[in-house]
Design a protein around this ligand. Sequence first.
Ligand code: ZN
Length: 490
Amino acid sequence: MEFEVLQKDLLGRIGRLKTKRGIVETPTLLPVINPNQIILTPEEIKKCGAEMLITNAYIIYKSRDLRKKAREKGVHELLETDMPVMTDSGSYQLSEYGDVEVSSEEIVRFQVEIKSDIIVPLDIPTPPDAEFQQAEMEMMISVERALEALKIAKGKDVAGVIQGSIYEELRERCASLLSQYPFSIYPIGAAVPLLEEYRFSEIVRIIMASKRALRFDAPVHLFGAGHPMFLSLAVAMGCDLFDSAAYALYARDNRYLTEYGTVYLEDLKYFPCSCPICSSYTPDELRKDEEKFKLLSMHNLYVTFEELRRVKQAIVEGSLSELIEQRVRAHPLLLNAYREFLKYSEFIEKFDSAVKSSFFYSGLESFRRPEVIFHEKKLKKMGIGGRVLITTCKDNIKKESYDYVMLVKIPFGVLPEELDESYPAGQSLAPENLYEEEKRLVLRKVLKFIKNSEGEFTFLYDPSWELEEINEIKKYAKVICSNELSDKKN
Ligand code: ZN
């Protein structure tokens, strides 16, 4: 299976996954289809935006009828679909019930027999709060089973599932071991319990630990994730595939998905969505409808694919950070996860696209974005020196007396006039009403720049910037308040 990256932003990308049954554009979500209980048919799921499905080979294997039919006709005919179908192995059942009545070898052979497009070995999804030793042992068993599956399913597409519980060291080691072999995709397993408890920042850590050890162009699947509120951030970390039964599980509990969280149907007076369901029903009508479960499942899928399209458009525009910064404000634990993600900015910057549309400042987090690091590197390369003016004032500057004129720019620090047109700092927008805390942070960046550069600096500021940090700058530069200049004129 080939994977081609077409466009990227942060670690997120739009890609083409070439399966034997056609090309799937990523990022995408594989809706989970339970062959025992079809809530939405594959055709209905396709209408909501799906390009690929996932079903559970273990459930099929356990039922004598389904097993026979799948063996004779293949999984696609069993589900009546022409979409590519990935099959899971029963790991989920293993995590739920502690045991399954099949070996990894058997279930892998079975997936080959039923012509699955992506085969998953029976990995062990270690729960988040397991001891390190248990997580390590189970991770090693998962790796052995993955390698065994590669041998059994020779020439077929096999997933190498990354395990290791919440231990970054184990996730990284597991990813590094698996990446030495030709797996077609690399799912990150056992994220569901963390997602259910909103432990988003731990998910950030395990994804980033795994990504560090994988090839950049290896397709990554975040198992069991599919809530629209987390998709933009997950894509930004380089996850290409998602799968989820959430659309149906949530619908069963009358839960309505939105891109900013989950709402109970009974609490809705108006629908904040224009999908075919929400434009045909009022919440009250939907509550009373016999097909409520099915219709709610459809809305849940529509809204998920709508968010994925929004994420893809953001990648095209180079505005994925801006989208994430809107999304993470929906819940403090998402914001927490975004702050965790920004700890990896140095790493992300290396892979990030250098040209994007514009940089919108949206709060303190923007100070730590990879684009800011990119700007700092650009500055360093310019080797600025000689007589340098740094100023918060745009007018009344006698530029001739200086080799360089630099503007103070939030959140970047200093912006040389030469870069005034170029991304990111030259194409950034921030509110003019800056808080004192924000000004202080920028002044500290100015100070750091002056300290680390060779040259003769003049710092010109307008009185609204009169803060303690100015005293510190005085030690390294000639400092003038714009008041003094106008006084002299008068
Ligand atoms: Zn809707």
